[in-house]
Design a protein around this ligand. Structure first.
Ligand SMILES: O=C(O)CCC(=O)C(=O)O
Ligand SMILES: [Mn+2]
Length: 198
């Protein structure tokens, strides 16, 4: 049986200078809460140090990188771990929903509202000129902040439990994105960004 045969369609989100689409619930064979618990328990989480303007900082979140190639950013080299059966099921669902193939995934674990990700673009050369990225979220809803590089126009998209956000076209070239800290009491959230690395 093809579990994903009846995958519902992605809803385009109108945005200038890029492509965005959203699916409220990625079809998976398990409840979101079970996937979240398994990802927390089964992932070899790292607290990475990054270089920002020549200074070393601990990243305010945990992360892990799975795929066949190493990943480099902010002076960091993430050694690849193979896809696990669980990650492979989520990857297949994301491929089915977006019509693209992915050979890598970056996992980020936001333990509570104090964990965050600074504004950035996923524009490393090995992602190609128009990166296609499938971003799947589990757990607490966090607003995904998008800021246009030239006009500074800002968009806030709540990334809910089980959702998929698809970023493509010139989005990375023209927009930055990130996850802000919050003082609101919040539970855990895990985000997986599926990418294709040349
Ligand atoms: O946690 C998120 O929704 C954003 C993750 C992200 O931007 C990334 O992994 O590059
Ligand atoms: Mn990103």
């Amino acid at each position: 049986m093809d579990l994903f045969a009846s995958a519902p369609a992605l809803m385009p989100i109108p945005i200038r200078d890029g492509e965005l689409a959203f699916l409220a619930q990625l079809p998976l064979p398990w409840p979101n809460a079970l996937v979240l618990a398994r990802l927390i328990a089964e992932t070899d989480w790292r607290e990475e140090t990054v270089l920002v303007y020549g200074k070393r900082h601990l990243q305010p979140r945990l992360s892990a990188w799975h795929g066949d190639k190493a990943y480099r950013y902010s002076g960091l080299r993430l050694a690849p771990a193979p896809f696990t059966p669980l990650l492979d099921v989520i990857r297949q669902a994301a491929e089915q929903a977006t019509g693209r193939r992915y050979n890598s995934v970056l996992l980020n674990y936001y333990r509570d509202g104090r964990d965050s990700m600074g504004m950035h673009s996923d524009d490393e050369p090995e992602l190609g000129p128009e990166p296609a990225i499938a971003s799947v979220s589990f757990g607490a809803t966090r607003p995904f902040i998008l800021r246009h590089k030239a006009s500074k126009e800002t968009l806030k998209l709540p990334l809910t439990d089980g959702s998929l956000l698809f970023m493509a076209g010139k989005l990375q070239a023209n927009w930055m994105h990130g996850i802000n800290k919050t003082t609101r009491p919040l539970g855990a959230r895990i985000n997986l960004t599926f990418r294709n690395i040349d």
